[in-house]
Design a protein around this ligand. Structure first.
Ligand code: HEC
Length: 142
């Protein structure tokens, strides 16, 4: 039991360590920057509740995101780069760390195979934006 808990801790630490140099430069602590960078903490756990939401998050990481968006009622319009250079395991560690910081209990989990599936289909960041619009219209993105 103790060993399991420690393993969990290590994974959390790995996600946080990867977040710093890759994401922190824009997303800072994960709470967003008005008008520029949307908050992630407290939102990704809600998006990751549905399979479509998890697939969307994987597509953002592997293709980037471009175009005006609304998050928590605020407007953002800037560019999120693709993180295809990180592997599926690294991407899942980062996102699961962010998801675990929300209020959803138990926190949803994105497994590496969701990233592997999205990696096979390279699409434009503007198409990721279209996907997001569709999910937002269905109330699946806060
Ligand atoms: C160069 C700055 C930059 C970096 C680096 C960056 N992001 Fe982003 N991210 C953005 C911007 C800007 C947006 C919103 C894009 C828009 O306005 O269309 C965004 C959007 C997102 C979204 C979609 C949120 C939503 O509501 O749909 C996720 C998820 C995300 N970023 C996660 C990450 C993670 C995880 C990392 C690190 C691996 C990262 N970002 C690195 C700037 C960045």
């Amino acid at each position: 039991m103790a060993a399991l808990a420690l393993a969990g801790c290590g994974k959390k630490g790995a996600g946080q360590k990867l977040y710093g140099p890759n994401c922190g430069i824009c997303h800072h602590g994960g709470y967003g920057l008005p008008g520029e960078v949307p908050p992630l903490v407290g939102r990704l756990d809600l998006i990751a509740k549905t399979p479509e939401g998890r697939a969307y998050l994987a597509r953002v990481m592997l293709n980037g995101l471009d175009g005006p968006i609304k998050a928590n009622g605020g407007r953002y319009n800037f560019s999120m780069p693709s993180f295809r250079r990180l592997n599926d395991e690294q991407l899942s560690l980062i996102l699961n760390w962010l998801i675990s910081r929300g209020t959803t209990n138990p926190a949803p989990v994105i497994t590496p195979n969701v990233f592997a599936a999205a990696r096979k289909e390279e699409i434009g960041s503007n198409r990721v934006h279209d996907l997001r619009e569709g999910l937002a219209a269905q109330g699946k993105i806060p």
